[in-house]
Design a binder for this molecule. Structure first.
Ligand SMILES: C[S@@+](CC[C@H](N)C(=O)[O-])C[C@H]1O[C@@H](n2cnc3c(N)ncnc32)[C@H](O)[C@@H]1O
Length: 310
């Protein structure tokens, strides 16, 4: 139900300071979610500011439409991947673009979405329910080698091979269909022993990233975001883990340089001159302050980086 969609927007003051929404400005929000950030951007750009928003999650799109009703006529929200924003938002039209990555609180909290190892639900993890591939297909269908690669690459799971082999062994007897089943297998292999985080944290994160092709979407989304920004427009990206943050940092670093490598290594003679496309507004990541952390523990891993198109 749209009215039950509760998600606290993170680093809100910092996003506003970065994008500086003002009257008549045009903005894009690629992860509109419950429209917490979007509502504040539209409010600050009243009475004529415009927002193009999207989300892969149909429930989020409905919630955002309802939340933004007071700004009717000043926004368009579509269901889709932010990697496709530049296919419908005109080139060089935006003063600011926001990507607030990862999952929303309702996605995590609703057992039926299958993201959580703390509650039992179907092993799903699709942000977009129209997608065919879910965590069930992946866990029951991929080879042990591929599962281990996913757990290691996207989760940094040290026991990736052992866990992958155990999954392949167990699924011969019974398919994995629930989050509980998978979490129990991981607990068996890697018991808690007073560890701070649950032993299934990394595998669940890795599967989520793989099922939703989060890294590929981000790489394409950053390129598209740069296309739709006006010169002088700003791109604000909030990440929640180091893999995402690395992609953002590398994108900013590569596109703010006045040269590119002709070879794989940085040898001055192999540098080819080019025009930088953006500059950093804050190269150092901004993180939530004590007050935000106290009010919203889920903000703890959030990092905001901001770039400006040249
Ligand atoms: C952290 S929440 C955003 C919350 C939002 N800023 C707010 O204030 O309510 C992340 C949202 O991004 C969506 N999402 C993640 N990856 C996406 C992608 N590649 N394309 C579109 N939406 C995506 C998720 O479905 C989720 O609703």
């Amino acid at each position: 139900m749209p009215h039950e969609f509760v998600h606290k927007p993170v680093l809100l003051a910092e996003v506003l300071a970065a994008l500086k929404p003002g009257t008549g400005g045009r903005y894009a929000d690629g992860t509109v979610g419950g429209a917490g950030h979007a509502a504040v951007i539209l409010g600050a750009s009243s009475p004529t500011g415009w927002l193009s928003g999207c989300d892969r999650d149909g429930v989020a799109v409905e919630a955002a439409q309802a939340r933004l009703a007071e700004f009717a006529g000043r926004f368009e929200i579509r269901r889709g991947n932010f990697s496709e924003l530049s296919e419908w938002v005109p080139a060089e039209s935006c003063d600011g673009v926001l990507l607030d990555l990862g999952v929303s609180s309702p996605q995590l909290d609703l057992a039926e979405r299958g993201f959580s190892f703390q509650q039992d639900g179907p092993l799903d993890m699709r942000m977009d329910k129209r997608q065919m591939l879910s965590a069930t297909e992946m866990v029951n269908g991929e080879s042990a080698e591929e599962l281990a690669r996913i757990f290691w690459t996207y989760g940094g799971e040290q026991d990736s091979r052992r866990m992958a082999r155990a999954i392949v062994h167990d699924r011969e007897g019974r398919r994995f269909t629930t989050t509980r089943q998978l979490a129990e297998l991981i607990e068996r292999i890697s018991p808690r022993h007073g560890k701070k985080s649950h032993p299934a944290t990394k595998v669940f994160q890795a599967l989520r990233i793989a099922v939703n092709d989060e890294i590929g979407s981000l790489e394409r989304g950053l390129v598209g975001a740069l296309k739709i920004l006006k010169p002088g427009g700003r791109l604000a990206v909030i990440t929640f883990h180091s893999l995402e943050d690395r992609v953002v940092k590398e994108f900013g670093r590569a596109r703010s340089r006045d040269y590119t490598f002709a070879g794989g290594v940085d040898v001055p003679e192999l540098r080819e001159p080019r025009t930088p496309e953006l500059k950093w507004v804050s190269r150092k990541a901004m993180t939530p302050g004590a007050a935000e952390l106290a009010g919203n523990p889920r903000s703890r891993s959030a990092q905001l980086r901001v770039m400006e198109k040249i």
